[in-house]
Design a protein around this ligand. Structure first.
Ligand code: NAD
Length: 249
């Protein structure tokens, strides 16, 4: 594996399992020391145990104080802080007619405010890092519109607006800020759907298969590396052509 991230320190939220764990593994394979952060601390510690030079931490991204204390601890323990991956996210899918206010609030708080919290907590360290500084946040093709996901789509559209704006604010320091919009990826999140819905969505993916967490991790590693030094304010679609087939960007 190409050691593009040798010497860099990365923090990945929601990386105890799923896409986040794959991103943590890929960044570590490319030479980064990774802080694996998850609401489920045991999962975080287990994932980090397999990655040389990495450590697991428990934190809720919806809580700015908790996240800030982990970010500052990572900066202190690892001696620097280069890459923030805002990956933690949830779904609470229902049509608006059936959705409760609490389901709206919870998704916005974790998926959107959680990203703001990560950026807010890490910004001083990323400005110090300068041209190795990176923010990568998980959006979703759902931000373009997806039945039964008004809360999730709004949160993921918010991530795009935040990313494009923060890219402008941090550009002078050389820090890049980008988002990844995965399509349909095979994780616990999508396996929670009834099998027939899962299979129907997969059948509509032009490349004919669900994405794997590793497909998303490869894009994250690119954005984290010097190869992407001139890429900022962008949304990278990793969706097997799903959004294109639906007539979207
Ligand atoms: P997942 O449910 O498999 O894993 C999510 C992880 O985030 C879990 O380890 C969970 O404990 C953690 N988490 C949840 N709430 C948290 C919180 N408040 N604080 C800290 N950690 C928390 O999900 P996934 O499929 O791996 O999704 C990862 C990201 O990718 C999410 O932002 C999701 O919206 C996005 N995404 C996923 C898909 C997909 O098809 N799976 C598609 C597009 C975007």
């Amino acid at each position: 594996m190409n050691l593009r991230l040798n010497g860099r320190v990365a923090l990945v939220t929601g990386s105890g399992r799923g896409i986040g764990a794959a991103i943590a593994r890929r960044l570590a394979a490319e030479g980064a020391a990774v802080a694996v952060v998850d609401l489920d601390r045991d999962d975080a510690v287990r994932t980090a145990a397999d990655l040389p030079g990495s450590r697991g931490y428990g934190a809720d991204v919806a809580d700015l104080d908790q996240l800030r204390s982990v970010v500052d601890r990572v900066h202190e323990e690892f001696g620097r802080f280069d890459i923030l991956v805002n990956n933690a996210g949830i779904t609470r899918d229902r049509t608006l007619r059936k959705m409760e206010a609490a389901e709206w609030d919870e998704v916005i708080r974790i998926n959107l405010t959680g990203v703001w919290n990560g950026c807010k907590a890490a910004q001083p360290h990323l400005l110090e890092a300068g041209p190795t500084g990176r923010i990568i946040s998980l959006s979703s093709t759902s931000y373009l519109g997806n039945f039964g996901q008004v809360n999730y789509a709004a949160s993921k559209a918010g991530v795009v607006g935040l990313t494009r704006t923060l890219a402008l604010e941090m550009a002078r320091a050389g820090v890049t800020v980008n988002a990844i919009a995965p399509g349909f990826i095979d994780t616990a999140m999508t396996r929670a759907m009834p099998a027939e819905v899962f299979n129907r969505v997969v059948a509509s993916v032009p490349l004919g298969r669900p994405g794997q967490p590793e497909d998303v991790a490869a894009a994250a590693a690119f954005l984290a590396s010097d190869d992407a030094a001139y890429v900022t304010g962008q949304v990278v679609f990793v969706c097997g052509g799903y959004s294109v087939g639906a007539g979207h960007p």
